[in-house]
Design a protein around this ligand. Structure first.
Ligand code: ADE
Length: 221
């Protein structure tokens, strides 16, 4: 899976993408992430401005259409007609359609490239949606300062559904039991402020059937 992220802040992605499971997936080339600095596509060669005031007035700024189109076209460079069918262009916005686990599954199944446009300020010039047939997506019912965290969340949730990204053990466990099973590790008894906290006895019983039954009855999804 290829991810292209169009952003005003490419530097914020690097720390998260180079660590842990995603870091390993990138290193093993199971996923690819390309960061596109929107300012590089500005026609303003002096201040690299990419936003302007909204027509009709009102507060805030809007990301300009010229630089957005150039940035998306840059992400699409080398993408053939047949690959284009398997490419999705997404705008991150709090007013978009709710992104869910099912969305992630569908995208992994149907697309090989996801282009994520990180919105900012009052949003992006709406004409981008018509030009590239984009989908506006929200990661939840709250407003963030920009689309960077939402883009990372989407990269993360799609990546962990791609074969080979999770370790064998992690994916098997999830397949068997689903997500959200309470977990414990040593010590068996933990004392805090004179109160004792124990690990459920089924989990230390060594009885595999009892362990599985306990996990199934305690999973949250
Ligand atoms: N940008 C700001 N808030 C957002 C949200 N909740 N989802 C996606 N993009 C956003």
């Amino acid at each position: 899976m290829n991810f292209d992220i169009i952003t005003l802040f490419p530097k914020v992605f690097e720390p998260y993408l180079t660590e842990s499971i995603l870091g390993r997936a990138l290193k093993n080339k199971i996923i690819k992430v390309k960061l596109h600095d929107l300012r590089k596509f500005s026609s303003d060669r002096k201040h690299f401005k990419v936003d302007d005031r909204p027509y009709g007035g009102g507060p805030g700024m809007v990301l300009k259409i010229e630089s957005l189109v150039k940035a998306v076209n840059n992400a699409l460079k080398g993408v053939t007609k047949s690959q284009r069918v398997k490419t999705k262009v997404v705008i991150l916005s709090p007013s978009g359609k709710q992104f869910t686990n099912l969305t992630a599954l569908n995208w992994v199944k149907n697309y090989k490239r996801i282009i994520l446009i990180c919105g900012h300020y009052e949003g992006v010039d709406a004409r981008i949606k018509k030009i590239f047939k984009t989908e506006e997506v929200s990661i939840g019912p709250y407003v963030l300062t920009g689309g960077e965290l939402p883009a990372l969340i989407i990269v993360d949730s799609l990546s962990r559904k791609i074969n080979g990204v999770l370790g064998k053990h992690e994916s098997l466990e999830e397949e068997r039991l689903g997500v959200g099973v309470p977990a414990y590790t040593r010590p068996e008894k933990f004392v805090y402020k004179n109160k004792k906290y124990y690990v459920p006895k089924e989990l230390i019983s060594g009885d595999h059937k009892a362990i599985t039954n306990w996990r199934i009855s305690h999973r949250k999804s």
